[in-house]
Write a protein that binds this ligand. Structure first.
Ligand code: COA
Ligand code: AMP
Length: 628
């Protein structure tokens, strides 16, 4: 069956289609109910099936006699370490850690927070939780304590698993002081904190009382078996930015997700079991969950844990070194990483040093991929670079190309065609489907296929409001898009307050809350402006309170520091411009889109609802004086 037929079948005969896909993974009890109404009238998949994700990723391959295959390769140019774990070795670590967690009283349905760097123990911790039905929440290691607090208070973990430090090129990021601060600030105190001591000689710092040593826990514990969980049992929560300051706890099921990942690995990425597949993402993002951990391991691919950057570790050839050294056949990264490499190695000199004969396909996602970057890639690497689109909410691609079908064809600047299961339409404001070449809202007809979000943790109302209430019977993606006559979709960007900074999804509302808490700020607007390397970066425009004597320089310094301390350095808010007034509608809404257009220096139309047109001139003048 070719890609087109596969897509049509997934829409015309959903249940039969996904039942067939579900048969490609091993269940403890195969579901009789394929598609049913869940709570909230929101459809759910395979509800009476039972399985275990850790079993699928690890034990199954050992039972099949393939325990000696490399499961995980850890390559850390920032610490000089390299290590390979077979499926047998991974099982030893994971099943004992799971035993350790059980000995602390953790059981199916409890939650944990995992705040760790790019080391194998993070993957072990995720799979150990999955083994005993504990729901994990991985928090990106670059987030500041405030972000940890929000997650701890929302998901109330019984255990927090962390490490002594992360490594950012030459810089050490000691985690324990950040964890200590988060514990202090959170309302719900975590009962147990497990720490993996990395024993980095240059990172000596105080441990605080009551910590459990990760290695001792593993050594002293007895291995435990996989627990059967219902298909709809949450495997994990992953918080992502929304349109308010509070992140949303996207809840992922087990059975639908496992089915969708197996389908993705074989049909979208086109990788065979046994090959090496590398998604260069942090574990803290959706890509890290789906395609650094669960997807490749379900498909018996060797996965790579890379602790480094695409550049400077030690140079912009590091990706090609890894691809060559481990015979990577398919790779996945964010366009920003390729832009960073292109900037350092414009003529592809470093590429020539490596044998890339095993390398078949490069996938890109996380943000829009500009044509210049695609062209550079094509010219210097010479393998297809395939853009595809997805969100934390979907957990796997929604637009892309089905590369198992060798007739796939790349259209530059497009994120591809709808993936089987995703009935994608472009709507206008009133819910009418738009013709080709008209920009509108990207929506998806319900039911979403298996693997997409179950809901928002503990917040059904917000789930409905964020995704289901805009157009009856459709999922609202929050992205704008255009379709062409061949069915290719071009993503035009977010239609809300979410921005994408170097492939990291962040909320400008959350930044505005922080900026507004400065004692001298009367009001502010944070918008994402274009950035050549990172795609977008946040920019704050502030109005100072009457009577305040703070200088513009001091204001900028304070705000930059506040955002770093509250969200983390990844927010990259480095520019703060002070203005007398913000442009608003007559009803008092800040015209953020106008501010963004002015900052980007693009052509603009004066919004008909603007309260006072003169503010536009004031802002333009200020921009000219400012170092944008
Ligand atoms: N822990 C602590 N700090 C972190 C961090 C982490 N895990 N990740 C980033 N930071 C810090 C950086 O050290 C930097 O701090 P600084 O301002 O003090 O220098 C800041 O956050 C900004 O980091 P980043 O945006 O990553 O910029 P960079 O210059 O370090 O690297 C790229 C730029 C493009 C190489 C990098 O952003 C990248 O690889 N992005 C891809 C993201 C990705 O894979 N997303 C997943 C979706 S596919
Ligand atoms: P995240 O939830 O972090 O994966 O971010 C999802 C958002 O990233 C989407 O809503 C898009 O705005 C953006 N995004 C992801 N992939 C692409 C892509 N291929 N092209 C354009 N934007 C993308």
């Amino acid at each position: 069956m070719n890609a087109e037929n596969l897509f049509q079948k997934s829409i015309d005969d959903k249940e039969e289609f996904w039942k067939k896909q579900a048969q490609k993974i091993d269940w403890f009890k195969f579901p009789e109910q394929i598609l049913s109404e869940g709570e909230n009238d929101y459809p759910q998949w395979f509800s009476d099936g039972k399985l275990n994700m850790c079993y699928l990723c690890i034990d199954k391959h050992i039972e099949d006699g393939l325990g000696n295959q490399a499961a995980i390769i850890y390559d850390s140019p920032v610490t000089g370490q390299k290590k390979t774990y077979t499926f047998n070795q991974a099982k030893e670590e994971i099943s004992k850690l799971a035993g350790g967690l059980a000995s602390l009283g953790l059981k199916k349905g409890d939650t944990t927070v995992i705040y760790m760097p790019m080391i194998p123990e993070t993957l072990f911790a995720m799979l150990a939780c999955a083994r005993i039905g504990v729901i994990h929440n991985v928090v990106f290691g670059g987030f500041a304590p405030h972000e940890l607090v929000v997650r701890i208070d929302d998901c109330k973990p019984k255990v927090l698993i962390t490490a002594t430090a992360g490594v950012e090129i030459a810089k050490r990021i000691p985690y324990l002081p950040l964890v200590e601060k988060a514990i202090e600030l959170s309302q719900d105190k975590v009962e147990n904190i497990i720490v993996f001591n990395r024993k980095l000689v240059d990172n000596q710092h105080e441990m605080f009382d009551g910590l459990i040593d990760y290695q001792e826990l593993v050594e002293q514990s007895t291995a435990v078996d996989c627990v059967a969980v219902e298909s709809t049992h949450p495997l994990y929560l992953l918080y992502t930015s929304g349109t308010t300051g509070k992140p949303k706890g996207i809840t992922r099921d087990t059975g639908g997700y496992a089915t969708a990942l197996k389908f993705s690995m074989t049909k979208i990425y086109g990788v065979e079991p046994g090959e090496t597949y590398w998604a260069a993402s942090d574990f803290g993002w959706a890509v890290g969950h789906s395609f650094s951990v669960y997807g490749p391991l379900i498909n018996r691919n060797t996965t790579i844990i890379f602790e480094g950057k695409p550049v400077m570790t030690p140079d912009a050839g590091t990706f090609w070194r890894i691809i060559s050294e481990y015979k990577v056949s398919v790779m996945f990264t964010a366009p920003t990483a390729i832009r960073a490499i292109k900037k350092e190695d414009p003529n592809g000199e470093l590429v020539k040093k490596y044998d890339l004969t095993h390398f078949k396909k490069q996938f890109l996602a996380g943000e829009r991929c500009d044509v210049a970057t695609l062209d550079w890639f094509q010219k210097h690497i010479g393998v297809p670079a395939i853009d595809h689109w997805w969100q934390t909410e979907s957990g796997w691609p929604m637009l892309g190309l089905m590369t198992f079908d060798e007739n796939y064809s790349i259209k530059r600047a497009s994120a591809g065609k709808p993936i089987p299961g995703y009935d994608i339409k472009i709507f206008d404001e009133n819910g009418y489907e738009l013709d080709a070449h008209h920009e509108g809202y990207l929506v998806i007809k319900l039911p979403l296929p298996p693997g997409a979000l179950l809901g928002i943790w503990n917040d059904d109302e917000r789930f409905k409001k964020s995704y289901l209430s805009q157009y009856q019977g459709y999922y609202f993606s929050g992205d704008g898009a255009i379709k062409d006559e061949d069915g290719y979709v071009f993503i035009t960007g977010r239609v809300d307050d979410v921005i994408n900074v170097a492939g990291h999804r962040l909320s400008t509302s959350e930044m505005e809350e922080i900026v507004s808490s400065h004692p001298d700020v009367a009001e502010c607007a944070v918008v994402g402006i274009d950035d050549e390397l990172k795609g977008q970066v946040p920019f704050a425009t502030v109005v100072v309170k009457n009577g305040s004597a703070i200088s513009e320089e001091q204001m900028e310094k304070d705000i930059v520091q506040m955002v770093r301390e509250n969200i983390g350095a990844v927010a990259c808010l480095k520019s703060v411009m002070t203005v007398k007034r913000l442009p608003k509608t007559r009803s008092g809404k800040i015209l953020r889109k106008l501010i963004r257009t002015l900052l980007d220096g693009r052509e603009f139309q004066i919004p008909p609802t603007i309260d006072d047109e003169n503010i536009i001139g004031e802002i333009q003048q200020k921009i000219q004086q400012y170092k944008v």
